[in-house]
Design a protein around this ligand. Sequence first.
Ligand code: FAD
Length: 506
Amino acid sequence: MGEARNGNDITTVVIVGGGTAGWMAAAALSRYFADGRRRFVLVESDAIGTVGVGEATIPPIRSFNGLLGVDENAFLRATMGTIKLGIEFVNWGRKGDRYIHPFGSYGQDLHGIPFHQLWLREVARTGDCGTISEYCMAAVAAAEGRFARPAAGARSLVSQMNYAFHFDAGLYAAFLRRMAESQGTVRREGKIVAVHRNGESGDVESVQLESGERVAGDLFIDCSGFGGLLIEQTLETGYDDWSQWLPMNRAIAMPTAKVRSPIPYTRATAHSAGWQWTIPLQHRTGNGHVFCNAFMESDEALRILQAHVEGEAMGDPREIRFLTGCRRKTWNHNVVALGLASGFIEPLESTSIHLIQNGIQRLFALFPDKQISPLERDEYNRGMRELYEDVRDFVILHYKATQREDTPFWRHVQAMEVPASLQRKMDLWRLHGRVFRENAELFGLPSWVAVMLGQNIWPARHDPIADTLDPDRVAAAMAQMRADYRRTALSLPDQESFLRQAGAWA
Ligand code: FAD
């Protein structure tokens, strides 16, 4: 039973591209399908290279590591990685503002009433209960630069903290490559110069390298980056351009030498027509300025970046061009696009690697036969589309929810129309501070609360249900929580000490 090979089984999967997406797919597929019945071949071209950025992640990356059976400390050592407890946004609501979008919840709900409603009521009632960040374990620990892993199964305050990683993208790809190759993935070096399709079905049959060699397969994973070699250049799937909402289209990346012990969060600092990322690694700091060329020239963007980094530049600054948006279908014929080939929402909330991971996990859930079922393919496309749109809306919120009027760029994004799905969320929030999570949305209540309040979008009033609780009892409970979070955070080691003690420091 079940042992016989089905003639309709996929036998060869060809992965086109060896950037983060390609090697993530290769490592996961060759581990998941470890029974030796399928071949995995990855084609990449050293001459073309990879985009080479993408250093900040969000907490679900830990489940991807789990799927790969990765030891977290070994992974951190191999990638010069650090811990990320959230993102600090500087100058977004107004110049001079700062807030943390933390990986973790706010406070504890009382009688099923969301904590932020209790906090909103206390603000209205006394105006004297501190910022909402003071009631979040991850935010308090981040602000103090501290971290410890929650003990498995323990219900401590530390376990309310969620975390992700920063890492060196090149080292991460190399780490995954070692893993994929040790699991049997075969790598072919060379530039693909032609793609051959079946005359009847239109499916891709093989890719041809400069050497003339043809690499044939049943299923192709297009991880070829922005160009979308198979999904777009071959299958002409089409791309939905989202730049009317996400106008960023350039980034200048410039790593610098490390000058201080790494902070356990990403920093996103808004400038006059874009924003700058600061990503602390063990050995260096990743920096980049994301901007929109309709509002700023590259020279000026570079000058701004250079004026706002610490430490010596490591190598020449590099400009990357992109168009925000999403492929109309991320799975077309027998080609599944992952990574930049599938679309790009700018890096503000560090979601691209997650979109790759999610695409891989979704592909596992819907892994096809050779005769691909359109129903399963449609289901994949529906789910990916929904995820892309959810992430898109959350990222747009950061621009729309600004009060900055100091430059044409900020006036433009403040005035722009946003997708109806986001407008509805913002309107609901403005009434009673309510957020409704739809479908399997990636960003939950704490994320929306963090950005709305962090960027001064106040509801007209709190949810009246919060008034049903005795105010003195709530105030006492909140004071206790605030003190407990602070005391617990201060009892943790700073992140460098933690990494060294854990054996995670390279
Ligand atoms: P690439 O890295 O471009 O790889 C493409 C591969 O295809 C290469 O191996 C190339 O050689 C190969 N290839 C292409 N054409 C051919 C051909 N003809 N023949 C053979 N091989 C070919 N993501 C995050 O999660 N967090 C972040 O903080 C983050 N920051 C970012 C900042 C910027 C400015 C940008 C642009 C992206 C950022 N990303 C981030 C996204 C992240 O970099 C990408 O999702 C990730 O690197 C995956 O890229 P990729 O593998 O799809 O493409």
